[in-house]
Design a binder for this molecule. Structure first.
Ligand code: AMP
Ligand code: MG
Length: 306
């Protein structure tokens, strides 16, 4: 598939078609958020359960506040981290701009301003909100390169944009700001520590805020994934972390840098899977900063309940 222009992508969205859209987190499969038929075709292309709502991607914070009701803390988070890998879940204001199906019928809405300039350029050229879940078939690792995105869902898309490899490599941090409570629903590149430094302690009781997408088996390659591995067992590929751990070809980060490991995580899981190993073992990764997001994805890939 050759890379489309921003105008071609915007035209495809206007026609109710799907577009492969680069973001800084992972590649998305995008549709006009207000068009229920287009949104339905995303769920179909991904095999995504309809109870799992989508994130509305917008060009700036003003467009976000037209869709959602932000309190003071939501606004501070938006100011600090947008454009960037943070999704805010807040009460819905405009129920037509993002259709019921996209929100899975909820009274809340998830919204984000992506950091990738091409994503914002397409959204601006289109003029409305765009829903864009990861461009993989449901349950599989997210694509972080153009080639992987096209391989997963390219046959369902009318246009695709090559924005290079995704700089972050794991999905956005999801934070809910509802009824005066702020909770972390999904860890990501905007870390718990960064959020708490800005607005104070997150509400742990609020972790019960519904996040329908947190399915048990998720982000999973075909090969079984074994985490916290000390060494490679027979037939396995070991994804190492840190100096001297395993084959450098398969290292998530030879220097032990969690940002590098996040950027390489899904690509290496996919590449390892192509070798049809007996299993994919992954070294211990520290849980600070972006490590929390990596460990969250790995636990789910390994089949543990979050
Ligand atoms: P993705 O599959 O990366 O598009 O993920 C979207 C994530 O946002 C999923 O985990 C959803 O469950 C979550 N999400 C979207 N909308 C809402 C909402 N209104 N309330 C809670 N979680 C949401
Ligand atoms: Mg996804």
């Amino acid at each position: 598939m050759t890379s489309a222009s921003d105008a071609q992508a915007a035209d495809a969205l206007r026609a109710g078609r799907l577009v492969i859209l680069p973001t800084e987190t992972v590649y998305g499969l995008a549709a006009d958020a207000s068009n229920a038929a287009a949104v339905a075709s995303i769920f179909e292309a991904k095999g995504r359960p309809r109870f799992n709502p989508l994130i509305a991607h917008v060009a700036d914070a003003m467009q976000a506040e037209a869709l959602a009701v932000f309190d003071d803390r939501a606004r501070r988070l938006a100011e600090a981290f947008w454009p960037g890998p943070l999704t805010l879940v807040a009460p819905v204001r405009d129920t037509r701009a993002v259709c019921d199906l996209a929100r899975a019928g909820l009274e809340s809405i998830a919204v984000r301003v992506p950091g990738h300039a091409r994503a914002r350029a397409v959204i601006s050229a289109f003029g409305g909100a765009v829903v864009a879940p990861s461009a993989n078939r449901s349950g599989r690792p997210s694509p972080t390169t153009f080639a992987d995105a096209v391989e997963e869902t390219g046959s369902s898309a009318a246009a695709a944009i090559d924005g290079g490899p995704c700089a972050v490599g794991v999905e956005s941090t999801v934070v809910s700001v509802l009824n005066g409570r702020v909770a972390l629903l999904r860890p990501g590149a905007v870390t718990r520590q960064e959020i708490e430094a800005l607005i104070g302690p997150l509400d742990t009781a609020g972790e019960g805020h519904r996040s329908p997408g947190r399915l048990t088996l998720h982000y999973a390659p075909d090969a079984p994934v074994r985490i916290e591995a000390r060494e490679r067992q027979h037939g396995e590929i070991l994804l190492g972390f840190g100096p001297g751990v395993g084959d450098p070809r398969w290292s998530l980060s030879p220097s032990g840098d969690v940002r590098e490991a996040a950027a390489k995580l899904f690509r290496l899981l996919r590449e390892a899977d192509r070798e049809r190993p007996a299993g994919i073992a992954v070294s211990h990764i520290p849980n600070d900063g972006l490590g929390e997001a990596i460990n969250d994805r790995l636990r789910r890939a390994a089949g543990f309940v979050g």
